[in-house]
Design a binder for this molecule. Structure first.
Ligand code: P6P
Length: 280
């Protein structure tokens, strides 16, 4: 596992440079989910694949930017599912973006996840590693990722990150969101999953929701590359991650690009989601 983390650190430093100085224009390609790919999406994916090819313990990689899995080392042990540059369309307006990695063994069900890592490319470049616990690292001026602290969520937070187009929300979801704001929670939502969840983790808690909507009944966020890794992080940090009724890590995707409604947060806020959704 250590060699995978080192490979991710190397890729992160290369992607950081690409973000700062490369062309942010669109390519002529679309990914499996139908998103038009930025040249940076493709460049970041290539960087990660290059670094993972040097790691013998990685058997297979599954990228959000590719339709099918890629076999790297027949005798490898791990499957790595990743989103090379999540929220890349925010680079044009100079907002933070990220890379997300799930390290699986045997399969790509939530229960197959052994570890999760994400990188935030923001005013500072940071990495969060979730294995037994959750630890924050920051890229220092010498080019090394240095440990900053361990991350633990409080029982209750103050942030409410409300995703998806509101006109597509179910009435019960809107009732839940309005009640949370009525209790004084603050809206913090950039449209980038990585910085939005990173903020909740570092500020001690709250709720991030990307629900089922009338136009996207199965949600938007991808299980293998985005949802499972962050569900793992939130659970290891002492919070919870559900689809409205079930733990996200209990889900079994039929296809690597499957999506799910998702809620990540502190225990109290997730309890409010369960109560409200149980009535539906
Ligand atoms: P919406 C970015 O495109 C992304 O995949 C996630 O990073 C983010 O949480 C979500 O989509 C934002 O979607 O519909 O709220 O703009």
């Amino acid at each position: 596992m250590k060699e995978i983390i080192k490979a991710i650190e190397k890729a992160a430093k290369r992607i950081k440079k690409a973000i700062e100085f490369s062309d942010t224009g669109y390519s002529e390609h679309t990914n499996k989910t139908g998103d038009v790919q930025l040249k940076l999406d493709i460049a970041s994916d290539l960087i990660i694949e290059e670094e993972f090819k040097k790691v013998a313990s990685i058997k297979t990689i599954i990228s959000e930017e590719k339709e099918e899995a890629t076999l790297l080392h027949e005798s490898g042990r791990y499957i790595v599912g990743y989103d090379p540059l999540d929220g890349s369309s925010l680079i044009d307006v100079n907002l933070s973006v990220g890379s997300i990695f799930g390290i699986y063994e045997q399969g790509i069900n939530g229960s197959d996840l052994l570890g999760a890592i994400y990188i935030v490319y923001g005013p500072r470049t940071e990495m969060v590693v979730a294995l037994e616990g959750v630890t924050l690292y920051r890229l220092d001026e010498s080019g090394e990722f240095i440990k900053v602290k361990d991350i633990k969520l409080n029982q209750k937070g103050k942030i409410n990150a409300t995703g998806a187009t509101q006109k597509g929300w179910a009435a019960y979801h809107k009732k839940l969101v309005d009640a949370i704001f009525a209790d004084g929670y603050r809206l913090r939502y950039s449209g980038g999953m990585v910085p939005d969840l990173h903020q909740i983790l570092l500020k001690g808690g709250g709720l991030f929701s990307y629900p089922s909507t009338s136009d996207a009944p199965k949600g938007k966020l991808r299980l293998v590359f985005e949802v499972f890794p962050f569900a793992f992080v939130f659970e290891k940090a002492g919070g919870r991650a559900i689809d409205g009724k079930k733990n996200l890590l209990s889900l079994q995707p039929q296809h690597p690009h499957d999506t799910s409604p998702c809620f990540f947060g502190s225990n109290e806020e997730i309890g409010r989601v369960l109560d409200e959704y149980a009535r539906e």
